[in-house]
Design a protein around this ligand. Structure first.
Ligand code: PEP
Ligand code: MG
Length: 596
């Protein structure tokens, strides 16, 4: 618990999403309701029943208000859960039983509701059906709202945060982060997490500045403290003096003018000085990012992570929902291509009601394609939605976390079944739809030659590839110093995949975060890669860097890198190489990550 007021205290973490902002700290703590249990006299009974009814009414008004304030159409899709909560407020048993407890046992509303809750809880636990059993959490959510109303407590509800606040939390899941979009949170900082965690990736696509892995943020910061966060440098200043604030304002201006300058490259072709045409596409998490992809100069969507369709809701998306969203994607991206990645749940993103208990090692657990080929109904619904939408533009299907050929074969068999069903029902779909494998597990990279016989394209996911190859948890701030994209092992693995793909004539792209860093892109270009997918905002600066080099000089540079035994030496060499050829600004803005 933070007690002391800090002045000008700087703490360092990992820059997760760029942007410099100032705001007041809002500490997110999971507030636990402590119940006040009290006996009441017979003359107080009616009044107590009335108090209980008022708390229910207040809860109804609060839920209505939350629902009305959801402006985002995609988030609105999930708003029906609020209707479920309102229905619970109408539940006969909940109301009648609690009132009966007040009247018969002469106890206050909190106590009476708690007793009812215990009874309902036992009934829920006994339900066999996992989905229905999970409705228990809705009941508890609603009950805690009533308890707080009874006790006059404020709601610690992340969706209620408004104005220019900076959320300070020990940890935030991608689902928590997603909810922030509702409320214009100015930024967020967390004690734990890494740059390629999905929370960080999501904050970048939402454009929310963020610093993660600060370790001590929640212990040093008090609610209401003034904070400056620098999402690029990974710095947070607690209660800055005016002088310090001014220096950040200056830095912000410099960055903004650089960004404006770079944005001019969005509409230029991604082409090297010796005329090699490079294909730059966008990674998106939500379909409404298409316009950002287009204004930043993306040729198509190289990776649509579809998990968000499944988060923050208690049910599953229907086939129609999938279809409508993918159709919108297909229509809006045409004549470009969009690559839809099938559900990559598990790891650090979880589906309500489908977690298989607490996995010890979720990154290596029931994640992505493993989940899909076990929960085939969920998988087939998504595939069917994609296939139906595939007649409205060119869509490709990408399978995540492939570890070997058998998973691809199984996924293809399931897809064939879906196709047959559509054919029988006379529903049109693109019969030649291309399928691809994410290369993000070392076993896939070393068997790329075999996988190439089963798929139409590869997409290298360096975020996970680095995690699994170097055994460095991508969301663990304690080992983030080991997370090295230019590690000799990573360069060798990527080279192997590129060679296998070229040999088999299978196109290969990079869609991990490495593709968003110009210095890495230049090295990867030197290794033969010509297709990159990244967060839209990174596209102009990558284009600018590509237009300043020849593919031939990058090939010579990349070849040289294989002589070095460590990532540190590789980084130093690349930085030196760039410093000799380009301006100081180029190195500062395009090769920032090469600092050793
Ligand atoms: C990757 O692993 O590099 C990737 C692109 O997928 P994600 O970050 O969603 O795991
Ligand atoms: Mg991945």
């Amino acid at each position: 618990m933070a007690i002391q007021q800090q002045i000008n205290k700087v703490i360092h973490g990992i820059g997760a999403s760029p942007g410099i902002i100032t705001g007041r700290a809002y500490l997110v703590e999971r507030f636990k309701v402590r119940l006040h249990q009290k006996k009441i006299g017979p003359s107080q009974v009616d009044e107590e029943v009335e108090r209980f009814r008022r708390a229910i009414e207040e809860a109804r008004e609060q839920l209505k208000e939350i629902k009305e304030n959801i402006l985002d159409p995609e988030v609105r899709l999930h708003a029906f859960i609020l209707d479920v909560h309102m229905m619970i407020l109408d539940d006969e048993m909940l109301i009648r039983d609690t009132i009966e407890n007040i009247r018969k046992k002469k106890i206050n509303s909190e106590w009476a509701l708690d007793l009812t809750l215990g009874k309902l809880d036992a009934a829920f636990k006994a339900i066999e059906d996992e989905y229905l059993r999970e409705r228990r959490s809705d009941l508890h959510y609603v009950a805690s709202r009533i308890f707080r109303n009874l006790m006059g407590k404020k709601h610690d509800d992340i969706t209620k945060i408004k104005g220019k606040v900076i959320v300070v939390a020990h940890d935030l899941s991608p689902a928590d982060t997603l909810q922030m979009r509702l409320n214009q949170v100015a930024g967020f900082i967390t004690d734990i997490g890494g740059r390629v965690s999905h929370t960080a990736i999501l904050s970048r696509s939402l454009g929310i500045p963020a610093v993660v892995g600060l370790e001590v943020a929640t212990s040093l910061i008090n609610g209401g403290d003034l904070l400056i966060i620098d999402g690029e440098a990974g710095e947070v200043v607690i209660n800055p003096t005016e002088e310090v604030s001014d220096s950040f304002v200056e830095r912000k201006k410099r960055i903004k003018s650089f960004e404006r300058e770079v944005l001019k490259y969005a509409s230029l072709p991604a082409e090297t000085k010796d005329g090699v045409r490079i294909h730059l596409q966008a990674n998106i998490e939500m379909v409404d990012e298409i316009s950002s992809a287009q204004t930043h100069g993306a040729e198509g969507i190289g990776l649509y992570r579809t998990e968000i369709l499944y988060l923050n809701r208690k049910d599953l998306p229907t086939e129609e929902e999938h279809y409508q969203i993918y159709r919108k994607l297909a229509e809006n991206i045409s004549p470009g291509i969009a690559t839809i990645r099938t559900l990559d749940i598990g790891g650090d993103k979880f589906l309500d009601g489908y977690s298989k208990g607490n996995e010890m090692n979720p990154a290596m657990g029931l994640r992505a394609i493993r989940f899909s080929i076990q929960e085939t109904d969920i998988f087939k619904i998504q595939l069917s939605g994609i296939l139906r939408a595939s007649v409205y533009g060119e869509l490709r299907i990408l399978f995540p976390m492939i570890s070997g050929v058998e998973e691809i074969r199984r996924a293809k068999t399931l897809m064939e079944e879906v196709k047959k069903g559509l054919t029988r029902a006379k529903i049109p779909y693109d019969r030649k739809i291309k399928i691809g494998a994410m290369i993000e597990i070392p076993s896939a990279s070393v068997t790329a030659d075999i996988l190439a016989t089963e798929v139409d394209f590869f997409s290298i996911g360096t975020n996970d590839l680095i995690q699994y190859a170097l055994a460095v948890d991508r969301i663990n701030e304690h080992v983030s110093y080991l997370y090295e994209p230019l590690h000799p092992a990573i360069l060798r693995i990527i080279r192997g995949v590129v060679q296998a793909a070229q040999h088999a004539g299978v196109p290969v792209a990079i869609c991990g975060e490495m593709a968003a860093e110009p210095a890495y892109v230049l090295v990867l270009l030197g290794m033969g890669l010509e297709e990159f997918s990244m967060n839209p905002v990174a596209i102009p600066k990558v284009k600018k860097a590509l237009r300043m080099v020849t593919a031939e000089e990058m090939r010579i540079l990349a070849e040289k890198l294989f002589d070095f035994p460590t990532g540190t030496e590789i980084k130093r060499y690349v930085r030196q190489w760039m410093a000799e050829r380009f301006s100081e600004d180029f190195v500062k803005y395009f090769a920032e990550e090469l600092k050793t």
